[in-house]
Write a protein that binds this ligand. Structure first.
Ligand SMILES: O=P(O)(O)OC[C@H]1O[C@H](O[C@H]2O[C@H](CO)[C@@H](O)[C@H](O)[C@H]2O)[C@H](O)[C@@H](O)[C@@H]1O
Ligand SMILES: O=c1ccn([C@@H]2O[C@H](COP(=O)(O)OP(=O)(O)O)[C@@H](O)[C@H]2O)c(=O)[nH]1
Length: 474
């Protein structure tokens, strides 16, 4: 028997659904396998206080949560700085928004080292370690330096840009070479795999050994696409629960004379939210029959508020939304409802089901789980239409959505008009095909295929020993 040890910056109690794709997917995974989930506690302690780096463990059902507090300086340079002001923009193709300060990378290395030091004593010889996302790329290298010999896999939830964009990152060689400390690197899409392959060959001087294997520095790593899915059954169950049903009924009543369009995102520049608002404006201008009818509800969940690019976006969006309502609104109709708050996950299925059109239009996105949730929430007899950016990882799988280029305002307005006018038979057909794909490649398929490639069969994980970690250890 092996134990699954998941490591990610953000974690959540897996018994309580949380906002944010990574926390949702890992919660669903660990609910199935049990194991240890290690990451940041969400607490920032003032610099120099004895609490910094404090490790705490607690039990959440079959999952042991082990968390570390971060000192304010580390949080600023590791999370707000290198992770979200350098890696996030560069990996989303936004060099213009990157802030390459040297103290950021120092904080990033410091926190990765801290995580390695705190995690190592909690590990058992037969553990399988699964590290997640851009915050922790060098973690395996730090663990190996401390003598860790267990199998370690890495999954990147965000896109990988072409090598020449990556090469703009001052520390790209160090960062990308640290991937060789892993046994397996998983990415969201085939496009991402192609970019890593080109990087490995052209920039890292690696030797290609077939079946996604690359060798350099005396180690071999395998790279593959493992598109993340959702827990379809769990999401359907959530959709039948009272909160979702009430939300659905309230929305249907409120918008009984309207056609509802819906966007649910973190307020992030990668999500293409201003571009979506412009396309909606274009829709109202080009197709005036939608006035007093089409209504866009946009949930923009607050995210990374202290990073400049995010506060700039918030201001831009407030201006754009106000202008549409001012120019088109009437006493009995406001075209746009912009809500800068997080909607509880238990209400998400009801919201999605009430919407005739789901707008998922990121400029770049690793996957985008909302696209999959929107489809699953629909009534199969009378489903809504998903309008999906071709630049979301989800577009490689969800071909029967209306695929759009979010930079093309006119094209997007036309796609929304097509969605609003789509005949029932076509909606049903597209929906059935999308559902089949989403069901087939759900979150359990994702876990099984990634861990299978790492050489771990599900059976050895699904009956875990009782957690052996000592509460409050070290
Ligand atoms: O933890 P935060 O800084 O609040 O951000 C939330 C998460 O955002 C990103 O999510 C990504 O993972 C999703 C699931 O694989 C994927 O569908 C989406 O396209 C990605 O953007 C980020 O990668 C996570 O680490 C964050 O926790
Ligand atoms: O107000 C909100 C906004 C988002 N979500 C959930 O957060 C996840 C967002 O994941 P996605 O992959 O779409 O994007 P990310 O935010 O991880 O980049 C989805 O499960 C959403 O249903 C939520 O529950 N409430």
């Amino acid at each position: 028997m092996s134990r699954l040890v998941v490591v990610s910056n953000r974690l959540a109690d897996p018994r309580r659904p949380a906002a944010g794709g990574l926390a949702v997917a890992l919660g669903d995974t660990l609910n199935r396998t049990g194991g240890l989930w290690f990451g940041w506690s969400g607490t920032v302690t003032p610099d120099g206080e004895p609490g910094e780096g404090r490790l705490q463990t607690r039990q959440a059902g079959r999952v042991t949560l082990a968390t570390v507090d971060l000192a304010a300086e580390d949080f600023a340079s590791y999370y707000q700085g290198y992770s979200n002001s350098v890696l996030w923009p560069v990996f989303h193709y936004r060099l213009d928004l990157a802030d390459f300060r040297t103290d950021y990378v120092e904080g990033y290395r410091r926190v990765n080292r801290l995580f390695a030091r705190k995690l190592l004593p909690l590990l058992h010889d037969d553990d399988v370690i699964w590290v997640h996302d851009y915050h922790l790329i060098p973690l395996a290298a730090e663990l190996r330096a401390l003598g860790c010999r267990q199998r370690i896999g890495f999954f990147l939830h965000i896109p990988v840009p072409p090598p020449l964009i990556l090469a703009a990152l001052p520390q790209h060689e160090w960062l990308m070479r640290s991937l060789f400390a892993y046994d397996l690197v998983g990415l969201q899409s085939q496009a991402d795999v192609a970019h890593v392959r080109r990087y490995m060959l052209n920039e890292a001087g690696a030797e290609e050994r077939g079946e996604g294997r690359f060798a350099a520095q005396g180690r071999e790593v395998r790279v593959g696409a493992f598109p993340i899915g959702i827990d379809v059954q769990e999401f359907e169950r959530l959709g039948r629960a009272p909160d979702a049903v009430q939300t659905y009924e309230a929305m249907r009543q409120e918008y009984s004379r309207r056609q509802l369009l819906l966007g649910i995102d973190r307020l992030d520049y990668s999500k293409g939210i201003p571009q979506r608002v412009r396309a909606f404006r274009e829709l109202l201008e080009r197709y005036p029959e939608n006035e007093h009818s089409a209504t866009l509800v946009m949930i923009a969940s607050p995210s990374r508020d202290d990073v400049h690019a995010y506060s700039d976006l918030r201001q831009e969006l407030e201006g754009l939304c106000g202008a549409i309502n001012g120019d088109f609104g009437d006493l009995d109709w406001m075209p746009l409802r912009y809500i800068h708050r997080t909607v509880a996950r238990r209400r998400v299925p009801g919201l999605c089901r009430a919407a005739r059109v789901g707008l998922v239009t990121p400029l770049r996105d690793g996957m985008n789980l909302v696209a999959k949730e929107y489809v699953v929430a629909q009534d199969a007899q009378d489903p809504g239409v998903l309008v999906l950016s071709r630049f979301a990882g989800a577009a490689e799988q969800l071909k029967e959505a209306l695929l759009v280029n979010p930079y093309d305002t006119q094209g997007m307005a036309e796609a929304i008009q097509t969605a609003l006018r789509m005949p029932l038979a076509e909606r049903q057909q597209r929906h059935a095909q999308l559902m089949e794909r989403i069901r087939q490649h759900d979150v359990h398929w994702w876990r099984r295929s990634f861990l299978g490639a790492l050489g771990v069969q599900d059976e050895v994980l699904t009956a875990p020993r009782a957690a052996r970690t000592q509460a409050g250890a070290r």
